[in-house]
Design a protein around this ligand. Structure first.
Ligand SMILES: N=c1c2ncn([C@@H]3O[C@H](COP(=O)(O)OP(=O)(O)OP(=O)(O)O)[C@@H](O)[C@H]3O)c2ncn1[C@@H]1O[C@H](COP(=O)(O)O)[C@@H](O)[C@H]1O
Length: 112
């Protein structure tokens, strides 16, 4: 489990680095550069599309497609984080902070 955690973190770090470099790349040569060149609305549109495609893959009971569409959604979410100057590690830190805190308990605390 510790190995898997490290590998996942390393992969997200590597991808974040590539996405950061691509922000300055030629939009003709890089999909990520093209999205940044088009602007935030283009990134948000892709996130909307990929979310819908994930919902449909799940409704179709298609596990391979669920994995592929989740990858698309995660990827475009990373691009959006980059747009805001944020990184995968910011989200990992937030998930780590929440680890072990039941969603039900957290919600109850919020309502006090
Ligand atoms: N992980 C990904 C990744 N996942 C999905 N995509 C692209 O996301 C796009 C959108 O997917 P869709 O299924 O909506 O396809 P589409 O309808 O043809 O797309 P649009 O015309 O609507 O944009 C496709 O072009 C996919 O190839 C990705 N493009 C890039 N990466 C990573 O980002 C790196 C940098 O990519 P470039 O910026 O292109 O060099 C790559 O080396 C990869 O590691």
């Amino acid at each position: 489990m510790a190995d898997l955690e490290k590998e996942s973190g390393d992969l997200l770090e590597r991808l974040t680095q590539v996405l950061h470099e691509r922000k300055q790349a030629d939009p003709q040569q890089s999909y990520v550069a093209k999205l940044h060149h088009k602007g935030q609305d283009a990134i948000l549109k892709k996130i909307g599309e990929e979310s819908c495609e994930l919902v449909m893959a799940s409704k179709d009971q298609d596990p391979a497609k669920v994995v592929a569409e989740t990858a698309d959604l995660w990827f475009h979410s990373l691009v959006l984080l980059g747009w805001h100057g944020l990184q995968a590690r910011d989200v990992l830190a937030e998930l780590d902070r929440r680890m072990g805190l039941s969603g039900l308990v957290e919600k109850a605390n919020r309502e006090k």
